[in-house]
Write a protein that binds this ligand. Structure first.
Ligand SMILES: [Fe+2]
Length: 252
């Protein structure tokens, strides 16, 4: 039974018409639903169950973003796309009406510049030019500036995953504006507005929202526990405020 059945009962399964909260976003971006490749879903059944829940949440499309790191998660198109295709087949079998695709969440680490040079990156967006990247939580990596420059020179549009979660930026908010001025787009984690990660992260999320710095939203769903609190995030006033912007989600 899905979380929505549990919350609302089997009689009133919410859908686009009867859903008790109105999420204007129909494309979910940022999750870890490719099974067995990172710290997200472990089995295809878990992937399918989460996608069923996204469908019931009113999403017409999910672009999932497995971690790519030089040490822990050595993922690439070669292993991601066949697994994505297996999930697509199961979606058809289970009659789950959701479009499903995969990009990636790249860690800016020692090996990332080599990946840029090699090309063949997992991207998203209408022209497949957007690329999602994340940073270590403790310190800004020394090669960040170089990586942003090299991505842009290669024709990519860099998108920073959950900028509110890096406290070295939350404590130095000028940095958000500097990154934006350099052409970096910003993706807010929906759960951040609830204080799910921490209070300072929630405050940074509010700062980004009030200053119209958010370009894209995503759930960063790894497992059912994240899914279970998404409805609460969707109702949050800061999330609502962010959705007033013309977000990139609407064009994916
Ligand atoms: Fe993530």
């Amino acid at each position: 039974m899905s979380i929505f059945n549990k919350i609302f009962g089997t009689k009133g399964i919410p859908n686009n018409k009867g859903i008790p909260f109105t999420n204007p976003i129909q494309v979910e971006f940022h999750s870890h639903l490719i099974f067995g490749v990172d710290d997200g879903c472990e089995t295809i059944d878990q992937s399918i169950e989460l996608l069923r829940n996204f469908e019931q949440l009113g999403m017409r499309k999910v672009i999932t973003t497995p971690h790519v790191m030089s040490d822990f998660y050595k993922n690439s198109k070669e292993n991601i796309f066949p697994l994505r295709d297996q999930i697509r087949e199961r979606l058809v079998q289970e009659n789950i009406q959701i479009e499903f695709d995969a990009a990636a969440e790249y860690m800016i680490d020692d090996g990332f510049e080599k990946k840029i040079a090699a090309g063949n990156l997992l991207t998203f967006g209408k022209d497949n030019k957007h690329i999602l990247f994340e940073l270590p939580f403790m310190t800004e990596p020394p090669n960040l500036s170089t990586c942003i420059f090299e991505l842009q020179i290669a024709g990519y549009i860099p998108v920073l995953a959950h900028p509110e979660r890096y406290l070295y930026y939350a404590n130095n908010k000028e940095k958000y504006h500097e990154l934006k001025e350099r052409g970096v787009l910003m993706q807010l984690n929906m759960l951040s507005v609830l204080g799910y990660y921490s209070k300072p992260v929630a405050e940074a999320a509010e700062y980004l929202a009030i200053n119209n710095l958010i370009d894209l939203v995503g759930s960063d769903t790894h497992h059912m526990r994240h899914m279970q609190i998404l409805p609460e995030a969707i109702q949050h006033k800061i999330y609502r405020k962010v959705c007033e912007s013309d977000l990139l989600n609407n064009y994916l």
